[in-house]
Structure formats: structure tokens, C-alpha cells
Design a protein around this ligand. Structure first.
Ligand code: F42
Length: 144
């Protein structure tokens, strides 16, 4: 299936719509914070449908760090299971769209380094970590 299924969450869905329909020239920041956002296009692990998830932009060289914080909610966001099942993603960073592969970070040292990058880019990640008892999954999306 190649159908696009928008997020059921209104503000998320609207951000994706504006970001994509403007070709990456509008809607590229988190609400009024001025902090940059990327769009991760991936596939649903059950439906196979195309999903588009905005995340904070955390760059590591040519790669992007994807942090499954979901505001410190008790459960992982569903996109975590989608990326575990199918690692092929497309990252839109403003006007640039790049095919990438997402790898879940398992190594403790690598995780520590990437977590430092993530919290430098978006300090609230640290509050989200304190709020939840789960280990927040971290992925790195690397150019294919
Ligand atoms: N979320 C983060 O976790 N980290 C961030 O850095 C982040 C930044 C951010 C910036 C802007 C913005 O607008 C949103 C931001 N979010 C951030 C929120 C993020 O975009 C997601 O909305 C959030 O992480 C929740 O992800 P989710 O995948 O759980 O989304 C839910 C609401 C959703 O889409 N559910 C669908 C539904 O219909 O209920 C299911 C989607 C799905 O993938 N279904 C699968 C399928 O096969 O299609 C199967 C379902 C299954 O159970 O496996």
C-alpha cells in the first residue's frame, strides 16, 4: 500500500500539511519556539501506509538523530515500531529531501554522545526523560 495516512493528532497533521505543501518553506519550526523541525516519512508496520512524523531537527554530520520522546509520555510513539520493522525513511529538512536508513542506537557510549547533541538542540528532551520511566528510544538516520 502506498496511501498516505495523516496523523490523527490535529496540530501534528497541520504542521505536516503546511511543511509539505510549502515545499519546506513554511511550518518548519515547533509552534512559536523557533526551533527547527524535520519530517520523517516512513511506513506503518501493520498497514504499510505512508506515515509522516515531524521531529526536532538534531543533526550529526550528514545524519539525523531521531528522539522518540513523545513529550515524556509513558509509551513509545508508534513510529518507533514502524522504524524497527522498516528502516527505510525519507527525511525532509526544509527544502531538502533525502532517502535514509534509520538504525536504533544500542551502544551506551554512542547513545550518550547523541543524547548530548539532542539536548543541546532541544533542551526539553531532558525534562521528557525525567518525566518517564521508559528508556526513550533514539535512532540515527543515515544517508543510504
Ligand atoms: N515526537 C517525538 O517523539 N519527538 C520529537 O522530537 C517530536 C517533535 C515534534 C515537532 C513538531 C511536531 O509537530 C510534532 C513533534 N513530535 C515529536 C510528535 C510526533 O510527530 C508524533 O506525533 C508523536 O511522536 C507520536 O507518534 P505516533 O507514531 O505515536 O503518532 C500517533 C498519534 C499516530 O499517528 N497514530 C496512528 C493512529 O492512527 O492512531 C497510527 C500510526 C501508525 O503508524 N500505525 C501503524 C501502521 O501500520 O500504519 C500500526 C499501528 C501499530 O499499532 O503498530
Amino acid at each position: 500500500m502506498t496511501e498516505y495516512k495523516p496523523s490523527p493528532v490535529r496540530w501534528v497533521r497541520e504542521q505536516v500539511e503546511l511543511y509539505e505543501s510549502s515545499g519546506g518553506t513554511q511550518g518548519t519550526e515547533l509552534l512559536d519556539t523557533g526551533m527547527p523541525v524535520i519530517i520523517v516519512t516512513h511506513r506503518g508496520n501493520q498497514t504499510g501506509a505512508i506515515r509522516k512524523t515531524p521531529l526536532m531537527r538534531v543533526k550529526d554530520g550528514d545524519s539525523y538523530v531521531l528522539v522518540a520522546s513523545q513529550g515524556g509520555a509513558p509509551n513509545n510513539p508508534v513510529w518507533v515500531y514502524n522504524l524497527r520493522a522498516n528502516a527505510d525513511v525519507e527525511i525532509r529538512d526544509k527544502t531538502e529531501v533525502t532517502p535514509m536508513r534509520a538504525r536504533e542506537v544500542q551502544d551506551a557510549e554512542e547513545r550518550q554522545r547523541l543524547w548530548a547533541l539532542a539536548t543541546a538542540a532541544f533542551p526539553p528532551y531532558e525534562d521528557y526523560r525525567a518525566k518517564t520511566s521508559r528508556t526513550i528510544p533514539v535512532f540515527v538516520a543515515e544517508p543510504t
